[in-house]
Design a protein around this ligand. Structure first.
Ligand SMILES: [Zn+2]
Length: 249
């Protein structure tokens, strides 16, 4: 599937894109990937990895063993522009899709705290539309509510809040519904027609107001990560995108 790379604001946005995107063949999915983005456990200071690598590198996708990615091309360092190529497998029809992402702003992971930001700019996403962000918010906030581990639940809450913030970036201040150009597919436009209330800006703002600020949530997630690091040794194999940061395992 030769194509121009998709442009993303961060590795977290790439992960969320896979969660939000139906399989191109069967329209089901999900495309296999980590079901959450965790803070990087440290980007490492190795000098390798700067020039990219050609050999496919099979890496684990996350704590829950939800699947694997093949990361076959990595160019650039953590903080600089980055190109990522990966294979995503459909959970329904089992086809594998090769996807390439360009990250002009780098990974979005704060090297000091290790927290992953979805999009630190005011620019709306180019790869996930407003309907995708609203769906992701609901999915992830629901997971946060069911997650028994408090720190993990807070991490999901931080991710959900960022999804809601991404949805809100598509709106004009003087209109309660988003512009039609902020829906990228017929399916998404149909969702607007059938459930306009789901896309009420005022309603999304009310939901956002019930959550803490990103600053407060980040501070808490950082404290959780510090406590976790002190309590246990880091896992031997980390999520694929963390390995991108370290240039190896
Ligand atoms: Zn499929």
């Amino acid at each position: 599937m030769a194509q121009d790379p998709l442009v993303a604001h961060s590795l977290a946005e790439v992960c969320l894109y896979l969660m939000a995107t139906p399989c191109p063949a069967c329209a089901q999915g999900p495309l296999t990937g980590p079901d959450r983005v965790e803070p990087a456990g440290g980007s490492g200071d190795g000098e390798d990895g700067a020039g990219g690598e050609d050999a496919p590198d099979r890496v684990g996708a996350g704590d829950d063993g939800a699947g694997e990615y093949t990361v076959s091309a990595v160019a650039g360092r953590g903080s600089g522009p980055l190109t990522v190529q990966l294979n995503a497998t459909c959970g329904t029809c089992k086809r594998t899709w090769s996807l390439r992402f360009r990250l002009p702003l780098g990974t979005g992971v704060d090297p000091a705290g290790g927290l992953a930001a979805v999009n630190s700019t005011a620019e709306p996403s180019r790869i996930i539309d407003v309907a995708g962000w609203v769906m992701l918010f609901r999915l992830i906030i629901d997971r946060a509510g069911r997650e028994p581990d408090k720190a993990a639940s807070r991490q999901l809450g931080l991710e959900a809040a960022q999804c809601l913030d991404e949805a809100l970036k598509f709106y004009d201040a003087d209109n309660d519904l988003p512009p039609i150009t902020s829906f990228f597919s017929d399916d998404a436009r149909r969702r607007l027609t059938e459930h306009p209330r789901d896309f009420s800006r005022q309603r999304l703002i009310q939901m956002r107001a019930r959550l803490p600020t990103l600053g407060a949530m980040r501070a808490r997630a950082l404290a959780d990560a510090t406590a976790r690091a002190a309590a246990s040794p880091p896992p031997r194999r980390s999520a694929w995108w963390k390995r991108l940061l370290g240039g190896g395992g």
